[in-house]
Each structure stands twice: as structure tokens, then as C-alpha cells.
Design a protein around this ligand. Structure first.
Ligand SMILES: Nc1ncnc2c1ncn2[C@@H]1O[C@H](COP(=O)(O)OC(=O)CCCC[C@@H]2CCSS2)[C@@H](O)[C@H]1O
Length: 401
């Protein structure tokens, strides 16, 4: 949703923006709201601000002004950890700039094309919920339904989305599956689901494909890496379709408003969508450190379940192809066992052994490997031929990371 900058700037003076669903933006839609009251609204054990009592009593609809996947995932963490959702469910809308989001127990090398993502500047995020890998861009809406653990009901939430879709376009044939996907015309996935259940609270989040770049989606979610063995959760690929392809009036804006209207009706709450800024520490104390943690290498790659790689590649040497075999064990994203086997006549044994032992303990990542192999190369004899073989080998190894 476009945020009118002037209105958003006004928030710095203590306004929580709010939007009525039907009419366009007007200054009167801003709900005056002090930062302190805002925190009270969101936090546990706090008394809501007087002017907000009714909304707070039965539920709340939020939308992020950020398109940063880590900041938005941090909002989910924050609400999950700090809000008292008893009798006050929350629906949170968010959209991201191009990102691939893997499930809590997944292996990114198995799920996506990391080289392509680096080239294209696509972010990789690991979420706290389980399940498979999805692609997000501004044409994909994410919806998070927060409730108490007792009230957690994925099918109920999906039915609510179906009612919203039916309200804006009664001709649509969309059904929920046993896996909690939403299928268009019986075969095209338009929504995928995942969830996190805590001690007392839970959330169900799902996507809704409106106008996502489908070509990009499928090329990014194709792993080029061979020979990976692991027990990580595997994604379940489907044919996907955008709702906008079916009906050009179904923009993200229209879809979010329709779901908000349905949610408000169901929970008998005010249908305002409150815009929130996920970097606002007055509203969400401690949120920036949550976002930071979600961006660390240790979380994104380091949490990958232990896996092994058994692969090989070919290098051209004196008009023939030589096979180089690679066996790796990777734990917490770091190389635990390393066996790179190149023929002795191509690469001296001691150099190969040096490479194997220096990679042990290092991150399975091209940047760290470049650093290590550059250092190692300086200790090698000044031999032009050897250096060029070394460079070829290192580029090949980095290609599998
Ligand atoms: N954005 C989006 N929406 C729907 N389906 C998608 C999307 N991106 C990819 N896919 C398809 O789903 C499969 C993976 O299906 P699979 O069933 O394995 O996984 C999921 O659906 C997970 C949904 C997670 C939703 C969260 C909500 C907020 S943060 S992410 C993938 O291979 C594609 O074929």
C-alpha cells in the first residue's frame, strides 16, 4: 500500500496511522496516538489507551510500512514473544522486496539457486516456522494470523481468505487443500502456509500470490547443486499462478482490503489497518536486535541441518578432462570433513592436503573460501601453471557453495 510520506512523517510526532478501508487517505483517518500508548496497546499486561479500547478489546489489523524481510519477520517474533493475544487476535499484512524465505529446518543449497540470488541481489531469510521455501516480492502478500494457542485454527483463517476472495470476485474457483495450500482452478497454488506454535501463543502465516514474477520465482527455487544428502525438510513444488492474471482488478491493495474487511467483520472489530514501522523501538522495544539476529550468517546458513555433499567436476588439462571428486560433511554451516581428490599429476599431493585441512572448520561459503584460498596460495611455490590450476580448482569449489 502506498504510504503518503507526509502522513507517515507525522507519525514521528506521535501518531499511529490508521486507514479506513473504503475511502482514500484523509488527514482525519490518523488516529492520534502517543508512543507510550502504542506500546501499551501492543504489550502484555498493559492497559490500552482509552481511545483505542474497542479495537484492542477484540483484535487488531496491522500492516508494515517496511519491505525488508528481516524487519518484517522480526515483527512476527516480537508479537509472538510480547503480546498478550487473549481475546485480542492480530492480523498482520506485510510485503517484501525480492527475497527467498526458507523454512526453519531447511537446507538453502537444496532449495534455491544461491549463485543466482547473489548475482541478482535477492535476500535469503530463514523463518522460525517450519515448511517449505517460497519466493516473495511486492506482488506477494504475506498474512500472519496471531492468536492464543487455543484459538489457533489454520483452516478457519483460510476460509476467511476464501470469503474475502469470493466477495471481490465471486467467479473465482479457489479451494483450500489438506496441506493448507490455496489452489486456483483445482491446480494452481496461490497460497502456501506455515506456522509456529509457542507455549501460549501461536501464529499461522501464509502467502497470497497477486502479481509475483513467476519466471523469477521458478528459476530462483531451482537448486543447481548436485549430490547433497540431508534430512532437512524438502519443499513441495507446485504450479503457481497470480490472482491478477485471472482478474486484473485483483491488485494487492484490493486483496488486502478484502481480507481486512472480512477479518474485521468476523472479529467484530474496527476495520482500520494500522500502519506500523518495524524499526520503531518505542513501539516494539528490542525489535532491531531481533531483525539483526535474523540477518546473521549463523541463523540463515548456520541453522541448516547437518548434510553431506558427494559430487565431482571436470577440469580441462592438456586436451583431456580430469575428474575432481569432492566429499564434504557440513555441520552448522561449517565444513567438518573435507576430501577434495584431484589426480596427483595435476595437483601436488601436499598442496591438495593443505587445501583439505585448511577448509576444515571454515564456513561453507564462497567469501570465506576465497579468503582462505588466497592466503594458501601465497604459501605455494611461485609457479604460474600451478597458480592457474589452483584458481580453476578454487572457482569450481566456490561454485558448489
Ligand atoms: N509466494 C508463494 N506463494 C505460494 N506458493 C509459492 C510461493 N513461492 C513459491 N511457491 C510454490 O510453493 C512451493 C513450496 O511449497 P511448500 O508447501 O513446500 O512450502 C510452502 O508453501 C511454505 C509457505 C510459507 C509461507 C510463509 C508465510 C510468510 S513467510 S513464508 C514452491 O516450490 C513453489 O512451487
Amino acid at each position: 500500500m502506498p504510504v503518503i510520506p507526509a502522513l507517515w512523517e507525522a507519525k514521528a510526532g506521535g501518531l499511529l496511522e490508521s486507514r479506513s478501508l473504503r475511502p482514500a487517505w484523509t488527514a482525519s483517518m490518523l488516529i492520534p496516538f502517543s508512543m507510550k500508548n502504542c506500546f501499551q496497546l501492543l504489550c502484555n499486561h498493559q492497559v490500552p489507551a482509552a481511545g483505542f479500547k474497542q479495537t484492542v478489546k477484540n483484535g487488531l489489523i496491522l500492516q508494515s510500512v517496511s519491505n525488508d524481510v528481516y524487519q518484517n519477520l522480526a515483527v512476527e517474533d516480537w508479537i509472538h514473544d510480547h503480546m498478550n493475544l487473549e481475546g485480542k487476535p492480530v492480523l498482520f499484512f506485510w510485503r517484501n522486496s525480492p527475497s527467498v524465505v526458507i523454512g526453519r529446518h531447511q537446507n538453502p543449497w537444496q532449495e534455491c539457486n544461491l549463485n543466482l540470488m547473489r548475482e541478482e541481489g535477492i535476500k535469503l531469510a530463514r523463518r522460525r516456522s517450519g515448511g517449505g521455501t517460497v519466493y516473495h516480492d511486492m506482488g506477494n502478500i504475506n498474512l500472519t494470523f496471531f492468536t492464543t494457542k487455543k484459538k489457533y485454527d489454520r483452516m478457519e483463517n483460510l476460509k476467511l481468505i476464501l470469503r474475502a476472495l469470493n466477495a471481490v470476485q465471486p467467479q473465482l474457483d479457489v479451494q483450500a487443500t489438506k496441506r493448507f495450500d490455496l489452489l486456483l482452478d483445482g491446480q494452481f497454488k496461490i497460497s502456501g502456509t506455515a506456522s509456529k506454535i509457542g507455549r501460549t501463543t501461536a501464529y499461522h502465516h501464509c502467502t497470497l500470490l497477486c502479481s509475483t514474477d513467476g519466471t523469477f520465482l521458478s528459476s530462483l527455487l531451482k537448486s543447481p547443486y548436485q549430490g547433497i544428502r540431508s534430512n532437512a525438510t524438502a519443499s513441495i513444488p507446485s504450479l503457481v499462478k497470480n490472482l491478477l492474471e485471472k482478474d486484473p482488478t485483483l491488485t494487492c491493495e484490493v486483496l488486502m482490503n478484502a481480507v481486512a474487511t472480512e477479518y474485521a467483520a468476523y472479529h467484530q472489530i474496527d476495520h482500520h489497518i494500522h500502519l506500523i514501522n518495524p524499526t520503531d523501538e518505542t513501539l516494539f522495544p528490542g525489535i532491531n536486535s531481533k531483525a539483526k539476529e535474523l540477518q546473521t550468517w549463523e541463523w540463515i546458513y548456520g541453522k541448516t541441518p547437518k548434510f553431506s555433499i558427494n559430487t565431482s567436476f571436470h577440469v580441462l588439462y592438456e586436451q583431456s578432462h580430469l575428474e575432481i571428486k569432492v566429499f564434504l560433511d557440513i555441520k552448522n554451516g561449517r565444513i567438518e570433513i573435507c576430501n577434495i581428490e584431484a589426480p596427483d599429476h595435476w595437483l601436488p599431493l601436499e598442496i591438495r592436503d593443505k587445501l583439505n585441512s585448511s577448509l576444515i572448520g571454515s564456513k561453507f561459503c564462497p567469501t570465506e573460501t576465497t579468503m582462505l584460498t588466497n592466503i594458501l596460495l601465497r604459501t605455494c611455490p611461485q609457479d604460474h601453471k600451478l597458480h592457474s590450476k589452483w584458481n580453476i580448482l578454487c572457482e569450481k569449489i566456490k561454485g558448489i557453495m
